[in-house]
Design a protein around this ligand. Structure first.
Ligand code: HEC
Ligand code: HEC
Length: 394
């Protein structure tokens, strides 16, 4: 018996020693290179090991069983987030070298303080040309289960998407060959690639992977909503930290019509407040004329006028709203759902009444204000001020 105990103790010491050496080795690896023009921490920020609150692994939002938010993660096996990979992605995201005349970076149209969107209705590219649609907020893009990107979902993966703005004639205007040459000639990139991928080789695949890692690391889980959500079992129970108005807005947003709600979660669901299964037509126009939405990438007439609904987290910071930026305020968005839904042939059935006509919600002023107050609780100041997502260039 005693001998056995000794063995266990020895084993513990051995494991402890091993861990100690492993930790020491890790410490040595994680010291980052320093550059004159870049403000990077000596130890990389933590992007890879996020302590998501319990409700991200719960499969119960409003009492209906749904996929847990973590189960909707679209990260592919061959591009898991690492701290060094996301650090490289962060530098690329803020680097104006990625545009033809070095005037525009990804962040020019995806600003941290704007929930990684743009205050302009249409964004300006490197040559002052305007983008066709309104910029999208990138928050919780990782939890869009379908894994497709853009308002019309034309990019099949995030890895594919991130190289598209670089080559877009209006946005950044570079060819992938010029991109590689530029990055190869820039002294701070070689060590960053080595840290991220083990050697200094610069390829489009690695650029795409690093950018995608940074975009996937833009997660919001520390808003007022999350603090309240952590204190209850089901999101539909009243939150202690919410005012009566915010709790009313929450009920209206989360619950289905039979329970006195509006069913917003059907299309803005999970704890990431994004669409788990599909794009939709939310009745902005009676007919699609200039922008046919998802149809443009699928060619399926049932997709005419359908658009992706991005995560509503940090939505209060992301005005103007919708794919064409037509609404300047959240009040206007709510008024659209309340009284403005149009009878588009592909209007989602959830937004029609028993006769197939667009629903009229007939909300009171108090209810409209409550919905806006609730949407405001999705603002995550921690994330918006987090240095690890900010511009690293001095
Ligand atoms: C000139 C402005 C501009 C620049 C520069 C720009 N974007 Fe965008 N971004 C947009 C617009 C506009 C859209 C929506 C376009 C559409 O859907 O047709 C968009 C959409 C996206 C999306 C899709 C989000 C979603 O939920 O589907 C991602 C991801 C993205 N951009 C990342 C990037 C990255 C990474 C870069 C830099 C390599 C970048 N963008 C550079 C304007 C810009
Ligand atoms: C049938 C699905 C559906 C329902 C139900 C729905 N939405 Fe939407 N929502 C969408 C789609 C799709 C978009 C993007 C539409 C576009 O830009 O063309 C959107 C966009 C939004 C936006 C703007 C997002 C942005 O980034 O600009 C807000 C805010 C919003 N919805 C709030 C709500 C609220 C509040 C409710 C409940 C009253 C609701 N939605 C119900 C599908 C839906």
């Amino acid at each position: 018996m005693d001998i056995h105990k000794n063995k266990i103790v020895l084993c513990f010491i051995f494991v402890a020693l091993l861990n100690f050496t492993a930790c020491k080795e890790k410490d040595e690896i994680v010291v980052q290179h320093q550059f004159d023009n870049l403000n990077l921490p000596t130890e990389p920020f933590n992007y890879s090991d996020i302590d998501f609150p319990n409700h991200f692994s719960s499969s119960n939002l409003a009492g209906i069983p749904i996929n847990s938010t973590l189960a909707t993660d679209n990260t592919p096996n061959d591009n898991q987030i690492t701290d060094a990979g996301a650090t490289l992605g962060r530098v690329l995201f803020y680097d104006k070298l990625l545009s033809k005349n070095s005037t525009v970076s990804c962040a020019s149209c995806h600003a941290q303080e704007k929930g990684f969107s743009d205050a302009r209705i249409l964004s300006k590219g490197f040559d002052s040309g305007e983008t066709r649609r309104h910029s999208m907020g990138l928050v919780n893009a990782r939890f869009y289960q379908k894994g497709t990107f853009f308002w019309d979902e034309r990019a099949a993966t995030l890895e594919e998407q991130v190289l598209m703005p670089i080559q877009d004639e209006v946005e950044m205007g570079l060819t992938l060959d010029t991109l590689i040459t530029r990055i190869e000639q820039t002294d701070y990139y070689k060590p960053l690639f080595k840290d991220a991928f083990g050697d200094e080789t610069i390829t489009n695949d690695r650029i795409s992977k690093a950018l995608a890692q940074f975009v996937r690391s833009l997660v919001s889980y520390q808003s007022k909503y999350d603090i309240g959500r952590a204190s209850v079992n089901r999101a539909t129970e009243p939150f202690e930290n919410f005012s009566a108005q915010e709790n009313l807005g929450k009920t209206l947003f989360l619950e289905g019509v039979p329970l006195g709600g509006l069913g917003c979660t059907v299309c803005h669901g999970t704890e990431a407040f994004t669409t788990p299964p599909r794009s939709a037509n939310n009745g902005l126009d009676a007919a699609s004329t200039t922008d046919l939405g998802v149809y443009e990438s699928t060619g399926n007439p049932a997709d005419i006028g359908k658009f992706k609904s991005p995560s509503l987290r940090n939505i209060a910071l992301r005005a103007p709203y919708m794919h064409d930026g037509r609404f300047a305020t959240l009040e206007e968005v709510i008024e659209h759902y309340n009284s403005g839904i149009q009878a588009h042939p592909n209007l989602d059935r959830i937004l029609t009444d028993a006769n197939g006509n667009p629903i009229r919600m007939n909300l009171t002023e108090e209810e409209k204000d409550a919905l806006v107050a609730f949407l405001n609780t999705l603002t995550d100041t921690e994330m918006i001020e987090d240095e690890k997502f900010s511009n690293p260039f001095k």
